[in-house]
Design a protein around this ligand. Structure first.
Ligand SMILES: *Cc1c(COP(=O)(O)O)cnc(C)c1O
Length: 379
């Protein structure tokens, strides 16, 4: 089955009572037993719910995994994955990962005794050098946030496999439509389904996709034991979103490309970061592991000419907000917003300045978006 067919058909048709074409929302906390010791596969919604199962089967199929756990948020997915490890274990991660992931690692797990090394993961030698006998996990986020640096997934996996290290990829930015880390040898993929998988800015959710049955069993156990399973209603919303993932990703990418090219030609913009531009320095790697460039464009505004506040204020179609991956275009300044939780040192280490702006291109008409940006860039 091909990608778009899987997106529409996998996991659906759970209703055998009325043969509903879509999976119903099983809004129930409990499922009764037919008799002692015999039920229909579900007993309590924290441990399992058919609406959630439908989404888990769907996302597992799209990523090419053996199974999936749906969680309340992307951070719940990340937290659950980190519980596969224990204090004393060492984890290697990119410097410019999602701000909330950095906060969890640095401010929650580090005080509990987890050890972290943050490196520039575009440099495979740096990955090799950072590995110690205690290293138990390499955390990959590619393209990175907000600068869209690309990590060589297969390259990192090769280093990890030699040292029996678990690899995890946060695939939120490209979605399985443009990148399939499991096919490149990664052990676990996580998602903030809040972003592209749901795609309509109306739910927060997460997913963990497993490459093996053992990981799936442990992951499902942890999700149930810690109580972070996604709700039936949220699961239903994401299931609805996923059906149009391919169509939306194509539209996001088309707009992002047009915006990136426009920004690159504007004199009040210092630098543009987008994998679809010839100026992105990692062309070979992009072709090797990605089937598209995604919908996120980052740039540096010349704030001496156009103050950040003025720029944002003049925009009509771009909502000034964190998050990404919705049908509507969003814009934000990582220094002040999405990445502020990294603290000034963390921000500086990852190269984020007060001039950096991140756009999540929506699916509107590109002409309108560009006209809006052009107007705001006049200052
Ligand atoms: C948003 C995001 C997360 C966290 O997901 P939530 O659903 O907000 O908890 C993790 N990784 C990336 C890349 C994200 O963009």
């Amino acid at each position: 089955m091909k990608f778009r067919t899987k997106a529409v058909h996998t996991g659906t048709k759970k209703d055998t009572t009325f043969n509903a074409v879509t999976t119903p929302i099983y809004a129930t906390s409990v499922f009764s037993f037919d008799e002692l010791g015999k039920n229909k596969g579900y007993d309590y919604t924290r441990s399992g719910n058919p609406t959630r199962t439908a989404l888990e089967e769907n996302i597992a199929a799209l990523e090419g995994g053996v199974g999936c756990s749906i969680t309340t948020t992307g951070m719940a997915a990340t937290t659950t994955v980190m519980l596969l490890l224990k204090p004393g274990d060492h984890i290697v991660a990119n410097t410019d990962i999602y701000g909330g992931t950095y906060r969890l690692f640095d401010q929650v797990l580090k005080p509990l005794g987890y050890k972290f090394t943050f490196i520039d993961m575009t440099d495979l030698d740096a990955v090799k050098e950072s590995v110690t006998p205690e290293t138990k996990m390499i955390w990959i986020e590619t393209p990175s946030n907000p600068f869209l640096h690309i990590t060589d997934i297969a390259g990192v996996v090769a280093i990890a496999k030699n040292n029996k290290i678990l690899t995890v990829a946060d695939n939120t930015f490209l979605s399985p439509y443009f990148q399939k880390p499991l096919e490149l040898g990664v052990d676990i993929v996580i998602h903030s389904t809040t972003k592209y998988l749901n795609g309509h800015s109306d739910v927060v959710g997460g997913a963990i996709v497993y490459s093996t049955k053992e990981l799936q069993e442990r992951g499902n156990f942890l999700v149930n034991a810690t109580g972070v399973a996604g709700s039936p209603f949220d699961s239903w919303l994401v299931s609805r979103g996923v059906k149009t993932l391919a169509l939306r990703m194509e539209a996001h990418q088309k707009n992002a490309q047009a915006i990136a090219e426009f920004l690159e030609s504007n004199k009040n913009v210092k630098r543009v970061y987008y994998p679809g531009l010839g100026s992105h320095p990692q062309q070979d790697l992009i072709k090797k592991q990605m089937t598209g460039f995604g919908g996120i464009v980052t740039f540096e505004l010349d704030t001496a000419k156009v103050p950040l506040k003025t720029f944002f204020k003049k925009l009509k179609y771009f909502s000034l907000t964190v998050s990404l991956g919705g049908v509507e275009s969003l814009i934000e300044a990582p220094w002040f917003m999405s990445h502020a939780s990294m603290g000034k040192d963390g921000l500086k280490n990852s190269g984020i300045t007060e001039e950096v702006v991140r756009i999540s291109a929506g699916i509107e008409d590109a002409e309108d978006l560009i006209e809006d940006l052009a107007n705001a860039l006049k200052g």
